[in-house]
Design a protein around this ligand. Structure first.
Ligand SMILES: [Zn+2]
Length: 646
């Protein structure tokens, strides 16, 4: 077993010898470099997997991988939120350190990802995602960094006839088998290794709708049906890798991004709380045959480990030096104790403390949470803090928190050490202290979540009922008002939408999305000045909101405030210089200000590259007319008329 450590030591030396450069420089891949296959199964509770002792589900593929490798019985995620957790897995950094603690927050370029590190060392890299939550064009900007290919979702046309695509499949979610088929097709076209391929299976995430035969076999427990289905997709992928001859020498990591509440502590899904129901995840590691000399088989490790340990483990197995400042450590020392004393005394490997966080409650206007889990105890920092003895009370039902108790104080001291590693909290952290405890809001959150799902499925009357119920319990819920406003906006009742969204903005002035939507509702109900105010306040909060910027430009055009309109379109073009709406809007603003010569060059370029745009041709005609070029204006008008007739 110690051969591994020696071999790894040699590989490390190969990378860090003076003259070969730091980790940031490209190093040619060695033929023996193992392929790396990362499989994340969304929303997967450890205690709902066969090899973790659960009898009501069949997960033969995961069980076989565990038999071929190492199974960690006590693995935990730092975050119960999909994109935050995945970024932690791919960067080896705590959520507060990488900073992506909500959807849509870009991953800062200063944080290097697994894909970047492996690519720098000659790997072919590709990612296949099962949900739009991880789409790097929308909700997970920066997550594609380092991937040669990142399988984003097709861009939807926001201006489609009814404004929405009714089919959830393919729009926000892909079935596991489709994800795996995409990965296999890519692999067939890129046979030369080494490879780093990440496959994300979203299936166990709610709503639970497994395809047949799983829908029938698991009809009374559909969440398990989704897990069994996801396992069948894993089986397909593993069989493919075996057939391709890359299985034996690969490192394969399978894990969950978080678990699922399933009603524990009142939480139906995940995100709001930091109990083990959503933090305890499976972690299975199949080690490469060549690197280890002998691969590990059916090893079970009971020490507490974390998702931040995954990247250091991959780097260790591939002989790539870890960047400074990672928050986790390689798992290999736990599998193969190289310390003679440790082996001799047969001490079980020690637990690694888990620092958990969730900012998700902030989305709803409630306090964010932090937790420290030390193997036998958990402290949860909340407006009403919690302390659990995990040995005596693994379900975390008996809160032992007492400010004077020595256990509380020692856990708080440990927590403070972790918090000292984090970047300073933003100015808003102070105001968070007065926010409600998510424990008091879980019933409302379940209703809001169900309303969101109903609205996603176009079941708007169900959604309305959930929201009205939520408002009965919590009459000042900004999220309930916002969701009601969104429903009316989609239904085309703009004045009703304005009333709800106005209330949402009053209750939560920092919600830029509500401000943008209020602007949209007011613009569509004909209140230009009101729309302008709402959009301006939303853009103050979130200056990069492109659709809000473009809409404000349009509103200003209608208000004949051409100067302001031009400013908005110019700002939008700074973000995306080729944006059609921005270019035509700017031209219109210039024409309104009689700057015909200013508008002309881009209109000519626009109509040359897109001669089928009647709107551009009409503007071009106006610019020519303004410049006294009557013949040119007539010709452009005729062209526009011809396009419009088609
Ligand atoms: Zn997730």
């Amino acid at each position: 077993m110690r051969r591994v450590a020696i071999l790894l030591g040699i590989l490390w030396l190969g990378i860090v010898l003076p003259g070969t450069g730091s980790w940031g420089q490209a190093v040619p891949a060695r033929n023996s470099s193992p392929d790396v296959f990362l499989i994340t199964i969304d929303t997967l509770r450890a205690d709902h997997v066969g090899c973790y002792g659960y009898k009501q589900v069949e997960t033969p593929a995961l069980d076989a991988l565990a038999a071929d490798g190492v199974r960690f019985t006590q693995a935990f995620t730092h975050s119960p939120i999909t994109n935050t957790s995945h970024i932690t897995i791919l960067t080896g950094l705590l959520p507060s350190v990488h900073g992506v603690t909500d959807f849509g927050v870009p991953l800062s370029p200063q944080h290097v990802t697994a894909a970047e590190l492996l690519k720098q060392h000659g790997y072919q890299t590709a990612a296949f995602i099962g949900a739009v939550i991880l789409d790097s064009n929308t909700l997970a900007p920066g997550l594609d960094r380092g991937f040669d290919f990142y399988d984003n979702f097709p861009k939807t046309d926001s201006k489609s006839a009814d404004g929405r695509n009714n089919e959830r499949w393919g729009r926000v979610e892909r079935r596991g088998m489709e994800v795996v088929e995409h990965a296999e097709a890519w692999f067939d076209k890129h046979p030369t290794g080494p490879h780093f391929v990440w496959v994300h299976l979203f299936d166990p995430h709610d709503p639970y709708e497994p395809p047949p035969p799983f829908s029938e076999k698991y009809k009374d427990h559909l969440y398990d049906g989704e897990i069994a289905y996801a396992d069948s997709a894993v089986a397909h992928w593993i069989a493919f890798l075996k057939k391709a001859g890359v299985y034996d020498n690969a490192i394969i990591v399978v894990t969950g991004d978080h678990g699922e509440g399933l009603g524990e502590h009142g939480e139906e899904t995940h995100g709001l709380f930091l109990y083990d129901s959503t933090l305890h995840i499976p972690l299975i590691l199949k080690t490469p045959l060549k690197t280890s000399g002998a691969a590990h088989h059916a090893i079970v490790i009971d020490a507490e480990v974390r998702t931040t340990d995954i990247l250091p483990t991959i780097l260790s197995a591939t002989g790539i030096a870890a960047p400074a400042g990672l928050n986790g450590e390689s798992l290999f020392p736990l599998i193969e104790p190289t310390n003679i004393e440790q082996t001799a005394s047969a001490q079980p490997p020690s637990n690694r403390d888990l620092f958990g966080e969730t900012d998700y409650p902030l989305r709803w206007g409630w306090a964010p949470l932090r937790a420290l889990r030390t193997g036998n105890a958990k402290l949860i920092e909340a407006p009403r803090p919690e302390l659990y003895d995990l040995q005596a009370d693994p379900k975390e039902l008996k809160n032992l928190y007492a400010p004077g108790s020595s256990k509380t104080q020692s856990m708080q001291a440990e927590m403070a050490k972790w918090e000292a590693k984090l970047p300073p909290r933003s100015n808003s952290a102070k105001s968070e202290e007065a926010l409600p405890d998510p424990k008091d809001k879980i019933e409302v959150q379940n209703l809001l979540h169900n309303a969101m799902l109903a609205s996603d499925d176009n079941r708007s009357s169900d959604a309305r009922q959930f929201l009205e119920k939520a408002l009965q319990i919590d009459p000042t819920s900004p999220t309930a008002f916002r969701q009601l406003g969104e429903l009316e906006l989609a239904a085309g009742d703009f004045s009703k939408a304005s009333v709800h969204l106005k209330r949402a903005c009053e209750l939560r002035p920092e919600d830029s999305t509500a401000a943008f939507e209020l602007g949209e509702a007011l613009a569509k109900s004909g209140d230009g000045p009101g729309a302008r105010d709402a959009l301006e306040s939303g853009l103050k909060l979130q200056p990069s909101q492109m659709p809000a910027r473009l809409l404000l430009g349009q509103v200003c055009l209608q208000l004949k405030d051409a100067k302001n309109a031009a400013d908005q379109f110019e700002a939008a073009l700074l973000v995306d210089s080729n944006n059609s709406e921005g270019r035509l809007g700017l031209a219109e603003a210039q024409i309104q200000q009689s700057d015909f010569a200013g508008a002309l060059p881009d209109l000519e370029a626009f109509t040359k590259s897109d001669p089928r745009s009647a709107a551009a041709l009409r503007l071009l005609a106006r610019a020519y007319r303004g410049l006294g070029r009557v013949q040119d204006a007539k010709r452009a008008e005729e062209q526009a008329g011809a396009v419009e007739k088609k």
